[in-house]
Design a protein around this ligand. Structure first.
Ligand SMILES: CC(C)(COP(=O)(O)OP(=O)(O)OC[C@H]1O[C@@H](n2cnc3c(N)ncnc32)[C@H](O)[C@@H]1OP(=O)(O)O)[C@@H](O)C(=O)NCCC(=O)NCCS
Length: 197
């Protein structure tokens, strides 16, 4: 299978994500275009979306999966990111290195398990290596079992666990993956990438 991936600039990408987020009813707080613009406005970021045919209308392509990664630095001033850097200190080295944060992403239920998220992840890794990043980090929770299983499958290593003793399922799990140049040789997905306007 060949995956079709669109790479979006910030403004259009934010709107596309707001649209696809409407399909993720399982998450109470969906990302809005305004939040995405606010987070990404002044930082290097990559917005990717996979498109695939509708099962009952194969001529029509729809967005089915997305992923946003962005740069994260030791000297973050935005509250949430400063907090993230602090929590990662001792687990991820920021000084003298380029670190990428895998911020948000998901696949629409009817298209899960078809490799779209692997394709987006591999594309983001190729982009990251080409742009000089050394490591990619991601945060999840114990209760996101699907995401944890997928991250294991994509060879992310747990670098930190923050227990919430009164609600173990809410415990935070931080994972990371080093980005040596040779990583791309192990990539499995065949991808066509279109740069959208
Ligand atoms: C996690 C998620 C993005 C995966 O998307 P996807 O497009 O179905 O993933 P893929 O089909 O590309 O699968 C990637 C790999 O994980 C494996 N995988 C996928 N779903 C899995 C599951 N539920 N359990 C175990 N492995 C799984 C696949 O087999 C594949 O491995 P392989 O390429 O080695 O065969 C999707 O399930 C989702 O959107 N879940 C809800 C989002 C979420 O949980 N967010 C939590 C906030 S952090």
């Amino acid at each position: 299978m060949e995956y079709l991936i669109k790479q979006y600039p910030l403004e259009t990408g934010a709107l596309e994500i707001q649209y696809i987020e409407e399909f993720f009813g399982e998450f109470p707080r969906r990302k809005t275009a305004a939040e995405i613009l606010h987070r990404l406005r002044d930082r290097e970021a990559l917005i990717l979306m996979a498109e695939a045919p509708l099962p009952d209308d194969p001529g029509t392509l729809v967005p089915v999966s997305y992923k946003v990664v962005h740069e994260i630095r030791a000297d973050e001033s935005e509250t949430k990111l400063r907090d993230l850097v602090q929590r990662l200190s001792g687990s991820v080295q920021f000084d003298g290195r380029r670190v990428l944060y895998s911020w948000i992403g998901a696949t629409r239920r009817d298209w899960r398990g078809q490799g779209h998220f692997r394709a987006l992840t591999e594309q983001s890794e190729e982009w990251a290596i080409a742009n000089g990043y050394n490591e990619i980090v991601v945060k999840t929770k114990n209760r996101y079992y699907d995401m944890r299983a997928v991250l294991a499958q994509l060879k992310f290593d747990v670098v930190k666990h923050e227990p919430v003793p009164e609600a173990q399922a809410e415990s935070k799990v931080y994972l990371a993956k080093l980005l040596p140049a040779e990583l791309v040789r192990g990539h499995r997905s065949v991808r066509t990438v279109v740069v959208a306007e």
